[in-house]
Ligand binder design. Structure first.
Ligand code: HDE
Length: 681
């Protein structure tokens, strides 16, 4: 339950399925009380196990079937519950029930995921992230099966299996796991020019998010809003984290291989701590008569609608406030579907969306079973009545003789619902043309928005993109694969293609690059929100630290929403002057410089060589990751010896403003002005 609140409709519904084995007597699935769960039934002391042992048979046979197939993509995922609150009624553009009344809260479930890797893969690899949302509205489930990019690789669903085959581990040697840096992926990208734009986004820092709390979600496709008068608008859905969008840097992401669970650990612990992740729900709306007014086709999923051309309207807030009770029952069995729309929302003709409409139900039925919609996590909060029956593992017991429409025996019920009483009616958009296999002419410009994206990047972001291409293509063993990809980049920008070509040992062809000068500042992460809220600062304390001063600083930082984490030689407690004692949260052994956004080096009268050695090691890593570093005057010497005392973002605690100066530095998060060779290519 979300803390301090009454159960919402979904939570009440879930309660009836929850089982808590705590303090209960043990029984078999058939309800027989179990006297001994450790010894199988054997013939004699050392004799064979008897097949009549129904308890051992049941336990082993159930265990043998515990796994279901993992998702063919997005296999690794993590879920949480939350609620949606609307800011103002959207009734002028949509009839959607959950977008009418600002006083109504809609329960929801979110599943974050990675596309490529299998269920156990590392979470910080470069990849697209899934951001699936199921709104349990009073009018049925509405799913936004989003990702953290506003566009996709391809324009036609028929190519999806090819894309995924290319990015998964190569079929002969079955590596690499969960990442894009290999030949088959880049062969596909170079051979299919419509992927050029998406490649730019996945080579940007957005593809290595710092955590799910600071990650954006985009519905990608154009949908339709339809109002009660039957008037439709094209709409795109966005989810914007209140804390801003913040990525890792590549070196951190690589080193975080040491913690495969980095993202789920962050989400779980923050929800448990009451740092509920918040996201603003926003829409971009285009009138039907404006469909052809743009310099791109608004139905092409490899193009985004620049915010500067189609403004974002923030219409509500999503708050994630509850972890799951059981990762399998809830997260693994959750089934999202971009086709799950509600009255007031409809599809557009985006061909990629149209293909997705088939694939999701199909895969859920194969993966979870035909009755997957009856599972607690997937069940709508409104009543469901129809004449569908039977199938494996059916939960519902349908009473009565009638399981067909139309009928006399049940008064022709369940009855159809007229549109005026809430029945779903498909928006009657007109369709014309010949049946044929082709890509629309208006989908053929693959380089202009790639250039627009490049134009929108700051120098630091560009450096990272160049570094990412150089790494990824450099990992390709086949030179023609690298060359083909650089040929594509040359059509976007020579500024990009040239350093990459040099780094991976190929040449830049003499082709014309896209003549786009426009940029979209909204896509640069340098223009996101920067706050210190929820950021973790490692506080290095040794015995004999100056108690009163440290205590005052930590209080100030906690009030500012930051999380000081006490790090010392050993777990247990560390004591300072004036009787101040803290619990040590992490020792140098259990903590990692990768887990903190900043550091405060305090020391103490008993600081030994080990303390100084570890402090230096941590700070070196954090310095190289451009993070804020601070130290008490007494520990200045260490920073001096390291040669970083006067560097940007290195702050010595000498004046009364120190506490606030460091909060500001934390909010800034990275000091790119520092010298670094990590990305120089
Ligand atoms: Fe998916 N995708 N996809 N996809 N997708 C799946 O459905 C598919 C696409 C996305 O948290 C699968 O239940 C096709 C775009 C997310 O459970 C499958 C095409 C976008 C998730 C499938 C696409 C997505 C999936 C695998 C080409 C962003 C995780 C398991 C038309 C807008 C859902 C499953 C979760 C999952 C098919 C393209 C996002 C096989 C055919 C574009 C977030 O049905």
């Amino acid at each position: 339950m979300s803390e301090g609140q009454d159960l919402n409709k979904k939570e009440k519904q879930l309660e009836s399925s929850v089982r808590d084995t705590h303090n209960q007597e043990m029984s078999s699935n058939e309800g027989k009380k179990i006297v001994d769960d450790e010894n199988s039934l054997t013939a004699g002391d050392r004799g064979p196990t008897l097949i009549e042992d129904f308890l051992a048979r049941e336990k082993l046979a159930h265990f043998d079937r515990e796994r279901i197939p993992e998702r063919v993509v997005h296999a690794r995922g993590y879920g949480a519950y939350g609620e949606f609150e609307l800011y103002q009624s959207m009734s002028d553009v949509t009839m959607a029930d959950f977008l009418q009344d600002p006083s109504k809260k809609t329960p929801l479930f979110v599943r974050f995921s990675q596309v490529i890797g299998s269920r156990g893969c590392n979470e910080t690899v470069r990849d697209v992230r899934g951001f699936s949302i199921k709104f349990y509205t009073d009018d049925g489930n509405f799913d936004i099966v989003a990702i953290n990019f506003p566009i996709f690789f391809i324009q036609d669903a028929i190519k999806f299996p090819d894309l995924i085959h290319s990015v998964k581990p190569e079929p002969d040697n079955e590596y690499p796991q969960g990442q894009t840096a290999h030949d088959t992926f880049w062969d596909f990208m170079g051979s299919n020019p419509e992927t050029t734009h998406m490649a730019m986004w996945i080579m940007s820092d957005r593809a290595i998010p710092k955590n799910y709390r600071t990650m954006e979600g985009f519905g990608v496709h154009a949908y339709r809003f339809v109002n009660k008068d039957g008037v439709a608008h094209f709409v795109k859905f966005h989810v914007k984290p209140v804390l801003g969008v913040h990525p890792l840097i590549w070196d951190e992401a690589q080193k975080l291989g040491e913690d495969a669970d980095f993202h789920r650990r962050d989400l779980w612990t923050n929800i448990k701590m009451g740092n509920y992740p918040e996201y603003e729900f926003a829409v971009q709306i285009i009138r039907e008569d404006q469909e052809f007014m743009f310099d791109f086709d608004i139905l092409d999923p490899t193009k985004f609608w620049p915010e500067e051309d189609v403004p974002l309207q923030k219409i509500g807030k999503l708050t994630l406030n509850k972890t799951v009770d059981n990762a399998f029952s809830e997260t693994e069995q959750s089934a999202f579907h971009p086709g799950n729309i509600v009255r007031g929302i409809d599809y557009s003709n985006d061909p990629l969306l149209q293909g997705r409409l088939f694939s999701y139900t199909d895969t859920q039925q194969a993966r979870v079973g035909v009755n997957y919609q009856q599972l607690p996590i997937n069940k709508p909060v409104c009543p469901v009545f129809n004449n569908q029956r039977d199938g494996a593992s059916r939960h519902v017991i349908d009473r009565g003789k009638v399981s067909y429409h139309k009928n006399l025996l049940a008064n022709n019920t369940p009855s159809e619902v007229p549109a005026d009483d809430g029945g779903f009616v498909t928006y009657p958009s007109s369709v014309e043309g010949l049946k044929k296999r082709q890509t629309a002419e208006s989908f053929n410009d693959h380089y202009s928005q790639a250039k627009l994206f490049w134009n929108s990047m700051t120098p630091v972001e560009r450096e990272h993109i160049i570094g990412a291409y150089s790494f990824e293509l450099g990992r390709c063993l086949h030179v023609p694969v690298r060359q083909q990809m650089v040929d594509r980049l040359a059509r976007v920008s020579k500024e990009l293609a040239e350093p990459v070509a040099k780094k991976v040992g190929v040449t830049v062809p003499n082709v014309e690059e896209a003549a786009v000068t426009k940029s979209s500042p909204a896509v640069s992460l340098q223009n996101t929100t920067f706050v210190a809220d929820t950021l973790k600062v490692a506080v290095f304390l040794a015995e004999g630290f100056p108690g009163k001063e440290v205590d005052a600083i930590l209080k100030q930082w906690t009030e500012a929403g930051m999380h000081p984490v006490i790090v010392s030689n050993n777990l247990g407690e560390v004591s300072g002057s004036g009787g101040y004692t803290y619990k040590v949260d992490q020792s140098f052994l259990t903590g990692s410089p990768l887990s903190y956004e900043g550091v405060y080096l305090v020391g103490g009268t008993e600081a030994d060589d080990y303390f100084h050695y570890e402090a230096r090691t941590f700070i070196t890593t954090m310095f190289n990751h451009f993070k804020p570093i601070s130290a008490k005057e007494e520990s200045r010497q260490l920073l001096k010896e390291m040669g970083i005392e006067d560097m940007p973002g290195v702050i010595i605690d000498t004046d009364p403003q120190f506490g606030q100066t460091f909060i500001d530095a934390m909010a800034k998060q990275r000091f790119w002005e520092r010298p670094s060779f990590l990305y120089k290519v």
